[in-house]
Design a protein around this ligand. Structure first.
Ligand SMILES: Cc1cc2nc3c(=O)[nH]c(=O)nc-3n(C[C@H](O)[C@H](O)[C@H](O)COP(=O)(O)OP(=O)(O)OC[C@H]3O[C@@H](n4cnc5c(N)ncnc54)[C@H](O)[C@@H]3O)c2cc1C
Length: 460
C-alpha cells in the first residue's frame, strides 16, 4: 500500500476526565450514567448526533431477552411510563419461546438516554470521533478526538471502550480475534451485516390474522388483543413465500427467514443480509450499504405484493447506519465460551445474570439459530483486556468466542456489561487501584444495590 507522511504537530488538551466512555450507543450511555452517578467526571463521546447506536439509529429497538434489573430495567420502565415501550412478551416457535422486553420507540429512547446522561452530569460530546488512545507505557492516559474543531486530546484515568468494534482497545494494543477466528487455516467469518427499515400504513390487524393461520411464520408473538399490536407483534419466517416469489420473479432476495416487529405505529423490517463483509475496509463497508439499499427496495416491493396487511404500506425510514453484528472480540482476562452460555457455569466475579436469547445468524447465509436458553453469567474478567492498563471493554466487543457472542451481543447483555464497567471504573478510582485489580466484592455490592441479579440461579 502507498503511504504518505503526516507531520507531527501539537494538539490542544480539550479537557480532563476521570472516565472517558467511547461510543454513545446501546452500551456507552449506561456505562456513563453508572459511573457519573458515583460522582465521577465522565465524558461520553459519540460519532453521531444522538445516542443509542444500533438500538435507536440502527432501528433494532428490541432487547432479545428480558431486562432483569439495574439501569437497563430502569430505562425500560421509564420508556414504558412514557408510552415508548410495551410489556414483556414471549416470542419464538411453539416449542421454544423466549421472554423478551418489548421493542421501544427509538426516537423517544434517544431522548431518554440523553436525559439520563444529562441528569447524571455526563459531559456528552456528539459528532466527535475518537481516533486513538494515548498510552503512557501500557497505561491509557487519554484519547485523541476529532470533530469540527479539529483534533484534540481528552485526559482520562480510565477509558471504557463501548465502540462495538473495540477500536480503541485494538489500537491500544489489546489482543483480539475477529469473528470465528481463523478456523482450519481459513480466514475468520463474521455474522452477516444488515440494515433495518420501517414501513408505515401496515394493517397490523390483517397481518396478525394471517400470521395466526399460516404455517409459513413458525416463530411468532401475537398479542390476543388488537390494541396491544402496536408494541407486541413479532413474526419470523416467510421462507416459503419468499422462495416462491424468487422463483416467480428471479429477483435476488438473499435472506429467506425475515423478521417483522411493531413499535410506535411502524413495522420494523429486519430482512437485508450481506455476507463476508470486512467492515474495516471503507470500500467493502460502503458496498454493503449499497447492496442493503437494493435489498430494502426489493423486500418492500415483496411485502407489498405478497404479505397480507401491506398493500398500502410505504417505506418510512431506512436506518442511517449499517447494522454490524460481529467484528472484534477483544481478548480479556477470561473468554466466555459456548459451553459457559449453554451450561450452568457460575463465576465468582459475575457482574450480571443474563437471559438474552442465543441468536446466531449463520456466517454462510443459512437459517438464523434463535433459541431461548437458561440464564447464564457474565464474568467481570471478560471486560478487562489483556496487555493494556486502565481500559475496560463493554458491549458487543467483550471477550467471548463466536458462539458465546451469539448471546452476549444482545442488548440486555450489552447494557449489563456497560453498567458494570461504569461502576467498576468508578470503584477502582475510589480505591486508588487499577481496573484490573478492582475489588470485585465492592463492584458486586454496588450492582446489587441498584437491583442487578448477579447469578443465574437468581433468575430460575
Ligand atoms: C441488524 C441487527 C439486528 C439486531 N437485532 C437484535 C435484536 O433483535 N435484539 C437484540 O438484543 N440485539 C440485536 N442485535 C444486536 C444488538 O443490537 C447489538 O449487538 C448491540 O446494540 C450493540 O451494542 P453496542 O453498544 O456494543 O454497539 P452500538 O449500539 O453499535 O454502539 C456503538 C456506538 O459507538 C459509536 N462509535 C463507534 N466508534 C466510535 C468512535 N471511534 N468514536 C466515537 N463513537 C464511536 C457508534 O456510533 C455507536 O453509537 C442486532 C444487531 C443487528 C446488526
Amino acid at each position: 500500500m502507498r503511504t504518505i507522511q503526516e507531520p507531527a504537530r501539537d494538539i490542544p488538551v480539550l479537557m480532563d476526565a476521570d472516565i472517558v466512555v467511547v461510543g454513545g450507543g446501546t452500551t456507552g450511555p449506561i456505562a456513563a450514567v453508572a459511573a457519573a452517578r458515583r460522582g465521577k467526571k465522565v465524558v461520553l463521546i459519540e460519532r453521531f448526533g444522538s445516542l443509542g447506536g444500533n438500538l435507536t439509529l440502527g432501528l433494532n429497538t428490541k432487547p432479545s431477552g428480558a431486562l432483569v434489573g439495574g439501569l437497563p430495567l430502569e430505562l425500560w420502565t421509564l420508556a414504558r411510563s412514557e408510552g415508548a415501550a410495551g410489556d414483556d412478551y414471549f416470542a419464538g416457535t411453539k416449542t421454544g419461546k423466549v421472554k423478551i422486553a418489548s421493542p421501544c420507540d427509538p426516537e423517544i429512547m434517544k431522548m431518554l438516554l440523553t436525559r439520563l446522561c444529562v441528569d447524571a452530569g455526563v459531559q456528552i460530546l456528539f459528532e466527535t470521533v475518537v481516533s486513538r488512545a494515548v498510552l503512557d507505557g501500557k497505561t491509557i492516559s487519554g484519547v485523541v478526538i476529532e470533530n469540527k474543531a479539529g483534533r484534540s486530546f481528552i485526559g482520562a484515568k480510565v477509558v471504557i471502550d463501548c465502540s462495538a468494534d473495540g477500536d480503541i482497545a485494538a489500537g491500544a494494543g489489546a489482543p483480539f480475534v475477529m469473528g470465528t477466528g481463523e478456523e482450519d487455516g481459513g480466514s475468520p467469518k463474521m455474522q452477516p451485516v444488515g440494515m433495518y427499515f420501517t414501513m408505515s400504513d401496515v394493517d397490523v390487524v390483517e397481518l396478525a390474522r394471517f400470521a395466526r393461520k399460516t404455517d409459513d411464520i413458525p416463530a411468532q408473538a401475537i398479542p390476543e388483543n388488537d390494541e396491544d399490536l402496536d408494541y407486541g407483534l413479532w413474526l419470523t419466517g416467510f421462507n416459503n413465500t419468499i422462495k416462491a416469489y424468487r422463483t416467480e420473479t428471479n429477483i435476488d432476495l438473499p435472506r429467506e427467514n425475515i423478521t417483522l416487529k411493531t413499535a410506535n405505529g411502524l413495522m420494523y423490517v429486519n430482512a437485508t443480509r450481506v455476507l463476508n463483509v470486512n467492515v474495516f475496509s471503507p470500500t467493502e463497508f460502503s458496498a454493503a450499504i449499497v447492496e442493503c439499499y437494493r435489498q430494502i427496495e426489493e423486500y418492500a416491493i415483496f411485502l407489498i405484493a405478497k404479505v397480507p396487511g401491506f398493500s398500502k404500506a410505504k417505506i418510512a425510514q431506512i436506518a442511517p447506519v449499517l447494522g454490524v453484528r460481529e467484528t472484534r472480540h477483544i481478548i480479556g482476562e477470561y473468554t466466555l465460551t459456548e459451553s459457559d452460555v449453554r451450561g450452568d457455569k457460575s463465576f465468582p466475579d459475575s457482574i450480571a445474570a443474563d437471559v438474552s436469547a442465543f441468536d446466531v445468524h449463520d456466517v454462510k447465509g443459512g437459517d438464523v439459530d434463535f433459541q431461548g436458553l437458561r440464564p447464564y453469567e457474565l464474568p467481570y474478567r471478560c471486560m478487562v483486556p489483556l496487555d493494556v492498563e486502565q481500559l475496560l471493554v463493554a458491549g458487543r466487543c467483550i471477550s467471548a468466542d463466536h458462539a458465546a457472542h451469539g448471546r452476549s451481543r444482545n442488548v440486555p447483555a450489552c447494557m449489563a456489561t456497560g453498567q458494570a464497567a461504569g461502576i467498576a471504573a468508578a470503584i477502582a478510582l475510589e480505591g486508588n487501584t487499577t481496573v484490573r485489580e478492582a475489588p470485585i466484592d465492592r463492584i458486586q455490592s454496588a450492582l446489587r444495590e441498584i437491583g442487578m441479579p448477579l447469578h443465574a440461579d437468581e433468575l430460575r
